[in-house]
Design a protein around this ligand. Structure first.
Ligand SMILES: Cc1ncc(COP(=O)(O)O)c(C=O)c1O
Length: 380
């Protein structure tokens, strides 16, 4: 491969000394779980995100599950969510015993379409779990208004959007800081990542903060006293040490991602067979992914394009090839492809291109050239 989808080794080599010192210090300290570095990372990330509280946990999937538990979502409740995301989002709802109610997405952002939400609200609806997909915030003003009107809880799945912002009620706010709870993943492919699994939960309510802290260690009030059912979902010190180092670079990395996106936008703007991702006014998109759509008029289909890119040494990925309402695991919901047409059509036409801060300008040009020549040159 000339240009991989992601190059974690390149990021590592840039900050190798800092990372190795930080991790070695943890090994030598003898303090491995929920120690001073986790506390430090929780405080620094809360401040960075503009949330009152941040609570470390084991991964982004647990963060979603704990959020639902903390908000008191019960078996049989309905939770509105998007069908165009990683399975973890809907899976957390199902693990609680609640029902995911899928609402279609908007074509230009891939995020949940606020104008379709109210139709799906009934007496069983208790929450909306939205996803700031690919690094861009959902339309939070509209969604929060609906939530307030119908007394629904809001969980912001911000696994792909650490540092993304939007204008909410006239102020710049970070993804994960607006609803009742925000959740993050630090899985190695994420824009802020650790060296293994890690997650974070944010909120602005003191009682909720206490509750989430209890739930992450088996509903513990004091050692060996338990007031409610919880889980084991702790962030370890090594991961916190890595995250504290990387948090210092996240702004520069997010800026570089947006710069790369701009280069792609510029290069593809005259190609009528590609639809570039749109950034809504007021949003800071951090381009966790740069995801194009192959327009119906293209003389090549998405999978062919992907093979042609690969022949030229360029990696690409399909996030996501099958919308959640059509997954085998959600067959029992009896939904058809056309029930959520935009999600379905997106699954059939999207392609994500390499985007990571260490991508050089030369690499970006290679991607652009390969993509353009894929359609001009007939297949061998
Ligand atoms: C949107 C979204 N939600 C949740 C998750 C789950 O995070 P984790 O893999 O840390 O459990 C991911 C990524 O994996 C994700 O992309």
């Amino acid at each position: 491969l000339k240009v991989p989808l992601l190059n974690l080794k390149a990021q590592y080599s840039e900050i190798q000394d800092e990372l190795e010192t930080a991790v070695l210090n943890v090994l030598r300290s003898g303090f491995y779980i929920l120690g001073p570095l986790v506390k430090d990372f929780e405080e620094k990330s809360a401040e960075y995100l503009g949330s009152k509280y941040a609570i470390g946990c084991a991964n982004g999937s647990d963060a979603l599950y704990i959020a639902l538990l903390a908000l008191g979502i019960q078996p049989g409740d309905e939770v509105i969510t998007t069908p165009f995301t990683y399975i973890a989002t809907a899976e957390a709802i199902s693990q609680i015993g609640a029902i995911p109610v899928f609402v279609d997405i908007e074509e230009n952002t891939f995020n949940i379409n606020p104008s379709l939400i109210e139709k799906k609200i009934n007496s069983k609806t208790k929450a909306i779990m939205l996803v700031h997909l690919f690094g861009q915030c959902c339309k939070m003003n509209e969604i929060m208004q609906i939530a307030e009107k119908h007394n629904l809880k809001i969980i912001e799945d911000s696994a792909q959007a650490f540092g993304a912002t939007c204008i909410y009620k006239g102020e710049t706010r970070s993804a994960g800081s607006i609803g009742d709870i925000g959740t993050f993943s630090f899985y190695p492919t994420k824009n802020l990542s650790c060296a293994g699994d890690g997650g974070l939960i944010t909120c602005n309510n003191g009682d909720l903060n206490e509750k989430i802290r209890r739930i992450r260690i088996h509903g513990t009030t004091e050692r060996y006293y338990h007031c409610e059912l919880g889980v084991n979902s702790r962030l370890d010190e090594i991961q916190a040490a890595v995250l504290l180092v990387k948090l210092k670079y996240i702004d520069a990395w997010n800026t570089r991602r947006a710069e790369i996106a701009k280069k792609y936008d510029e290069a593809f703007k005259d190609l009528d067979w590609i639809v570039c991702p749109k950034t809504l006014a007021g949003n800071k998109h951090i381009f966790h992914q740069y995801t194009i759509r192959i327009a119906p008029k293209a003389k090549i289909n998405r999978n062919e394009l992907r093979s042609r890119l690969l022949e030229q040494g360029i990696a690409s990925e399909i996030y996501y090839p099958l919308a959640l309402h059509l997954q085998e695991v959600y067959k029992f919901l009896n939904l058809k492809a056309e029930d959520l047409p935009v999600a379905n059509q997106s699954a059939n036409t999207v392609l994500s291109l390499p985007i990571y801060p260490e991508l050089s300008d030369g690499d970006i040009d290679l991607v652009i050239k390969a993509l353009k020549s894929s359609i001009l040159e007939p297949a061998q």
